[in-house]
Design a protein. Structure first.
Length: 139
């Protein structure tokens, strides 16, 4: 298994993984998200692969101070193997190399299992409310 930057030809496989792990939402275009992340110096998408098969991902980006994790996914057949922790560490290492001192992520309130996973990795509730507003015309 190796972790590297997701190749453009692997995008459909990564999106299929995100669908399988219920990370996608109808109002977000995961292909467009991925292309944007791969096109800038302040973000990337990391993938763990065995051969040509994508088995885990982590999208990571930053604003210079705070890093964010998105699309952290592990093939359901490999969950519980430590691969998710490896992906979070690889994304955190990428942020450290960029000089970013903090990493954050959002977990849906109803997703207790995933919240527990991140808490075991040392993530804590930051006691903030995240507000958002759609800027695209379809909202």
């Amino acid at each position: 298994m190796k972790i590297s930057v997701l190749a453009a030809q692997q995008i459909p496989e990564a999106v299929a993984l995100w669908d399988a792990t219920e990370l996608t939402r109808p109002w977000n275009d995961p292909c467009a998200d991925t292309l944007r992340a791969l096109e800038t110096s302040t973000s990337t998408v990391l993938a763990a692969s065995e051969g040509s098969q994508v088995i885990a991902t982590a999208m990571v980006g930053h604003d210079g101070h705070r890093g964010w994790l998105y699309y952290v996914a592990v093939d359901p057949r490999r969950q519980g193997s430590g691969l998710g922790a490896q992906m979070v560490q690889a994304a955190s290492d990428w942020l450290t190399q960029c000089g970013v001192p903090k990493v954050q992520l959002m977990v849906r309130e109803e997703n207790a299992a995933v919240r527990g996973f991140y808490e075991r990795l040392g993530f804590e509730d930051q006691h903030v409310l995240v507000l958002g507003k759609r800027l695209d015309a379809s909202a």
